[in-house]
Design a protein around this ligand. Structure first.
Ligand code: PLP
Length: 222
């Protein structure tokens, strides 16, 4: 199997309304080209400078999604072109994204990263922090960002029941936020959940986007 075949097979397997983010971080560029040529226009990266370089090198119809922890001093590298930032976990980061978006005369779409995993290492906010952010007066003044949904990463465990309950928690969080803050906002509709090991469970729990790396590209270079 090559990467193009992996992508095509995955695309055929998943419901067509589920968006695949092909996570190309630390993968060789000829593989990105293969997946692009196979029809995928959506790529995910987790390093701002690497994403900027690839954006410059690759065709301009690609949507670049930022999926990792984002430092405020790196936002400037991706603000001119990023399609969606999946990993917003503080008001200060969101404010920085807003300011850089404004400089570029853009509105940048963002997801709030919700902590659903048991592990202490996973980034993200709990429901209280999320509510505090959305009800802050400063948030109401951010006109160059748009919150279009939530993102979560389940625990790295073979226990599928646990993974399922974590994705169910993300779904519930999405529903609560929708009701409380975004009831009249049609654009608040995305749940980014699921990676190579758990995307089937995520889709059953309502994921609208899955972030798939190794299933498409194989092992990453470290
Ligand atoms: C690397 C990464 C992925 C993809 O992981 P795979 O297991 O290779 O599919 C998805 N989401 C995030 C946030 C990542 O950092």
């Amino acid at each position: 199997m090559n990467t193009a075949e992996n992508y095509i097979k995955l695309r055929q397997t998943l419901p067509k309304e589920v968006k695949i983010i092909a996570v190309s971080k630390r993968q060789e560029e000829y593989k990105l080209q293969e997946v692009y040529d196979a029809g995928n226009l959506v790529f995910g990266e987790n390093q701002a400078q690497a994403m900027k370089e690839r954006h410059e090198k690759f065709p301009k119809d690609i949507e670049w999604h930022f999926i990792g922890h984002l430092q405020t001093n790196k936002v400037k590298y991706i603000a001119p072109f990023v399609h969606l930032i999946h990993s917003v976990d503080s008001l200060s980061l969101l404010t920085k994204i807003n300011n850089e978006a404004k400089k570029n005369d853009r509105v940048i779409d963002c997801l709030l990263q919700i902590k659903i995993a048991q592990e202490a290492t996973k980034f993200g906010m709990d429901e209280k922090q999320t509510a505090d952010l959305l009800s802050d007066d400063a948030f109401a003044n951010l006109n160059n960002i748009r919150i279009v949904g939530v993102m979560g990463m389940a625990s790295n465990t073979p226990d599928e029941a646990q993974i399922e309950s974590e994705f169910a928690m993300l779904r519930k969080c999405f529903d609560n936020l929708k009701t409380t803050y975004f009831a009249d906002k049609d654009y608040f509709k995305e749940i980014s959940a699921g990676m190579s090991s758990d995307y089937e469970i995520a889709i059953k729990q309502g994921a609208t986007m899955v972030r798939i790396g190794s299933t498409i590209f194989g092992q990453r270079n470290y």
